[in-house]
Design a protein around this ligand. Sequence first.
Ligand code: SAM
Length: 271
Amino acid sequence: MTDTQPTVADGSPAGTRNETEDPAKIRRTDHYKKEYVQAFVEKWDELIDWEGRAKSEGRFFIDLLKKRGKVLVLDAATGTGFHSVQLLKAGFSVTSCDGSAEMLAKAFENGRQRGLILNTVHADWRWLNRDLAGKFDAILCLGNSFTHLHEERDRRRTLAEFYAALKHDGILILDQRNYDKILDEGFSTKHKFYYCGDQVSAEPEYVDESLARFCYRFPDGSAYHLNMFPLRRDYTTGLMKQVGFTSVKTYGDFTEDTGDADFLIHVAEKS
Ligand code: SAM
C-alpha cells in the first residue's frame, strides 16, 4: 500500500471494505485491527510527533512511576513505541504489548533505530493473561487507547485482565480524551498534547453517547478514521473501582487541574 492510495472511511484501501456499511454504525471492539492499517501506522508517528510529545509530557509518567518505586512496566498499548522507548531510556524494565502486529513491528523498528531492543508481546487485552506471563508493578494504557473497546463487557474484561496482571500493590495508568467536554460542549482543543504535529488535524466527524468518530487528515490529502467509544470520566473511574482498584486519582493534561483538560490521566491503585 502506498501513502497516496485513496482510502475509504475506515482507512482501508478503497474497495476492501463493505461499502454498504454506514461508518457511524461500526461500534465493534475488534474494529481496531482494521483501523490500524499499514499506511496509517506509518503516518502515526508523523501524527504524534515524538519530539513535541516528549516536550509536552515532560517527566510526568517517569516521575509518577519512580516516586512509587515501580520498575517492571507493561506498556499495554504500545502503538509505535513512544512510551516504551522513553521508559527504557529512563531505566525501567518494559514489556511492550499491543493487539496490532503492524503497530508492534513499527515499535520494534523505532526502538532499533534508537539502539534499543523492545521486548514485544502480541496480545489482545481481553486475553492478556493467557498470552503474557508474569506480574507487573505498573501497567500503562496510554494515547487514548482504552476508548477502542466498544462493548461494556470488553471494557470490564480488559480492566480485570490488567488488574490480574499487576502485583498486589501495582498501579494502572490509563488515559483518555476528555469526552465529557466533547459530548457536553462540543469539540475544541488546545492542540498542545499528544497530537502535536501541526500539519495533521484530528477532529471528530460524528459524536453521540456511544460513538466518537475522529478523522485524521494528513498534508498529502490522505484521511483516516478511528471509531471510538466516548468514555465519560465518572464511568471510566467507576468501572475501575468495580473491578477492584481501591482508589483512582485523575490528572488533566499532566496537571492536577482536570477542569478544561483535553486529556485525562487516571492512576488506579490496586492496594
Ligand atoms: N499508546 C500509543 C500512543 O500513545 O501512541 C498507541 C495509541 S493508539 C491510539 C491505540 C493502540 O491500542 C493501538 O496500537 C491499538 O492496536 C491498540 N489496541 C486497541 N485495542 C486493543 C485491544 N483490544 N488489545 C490490544 N491492543 C489494542
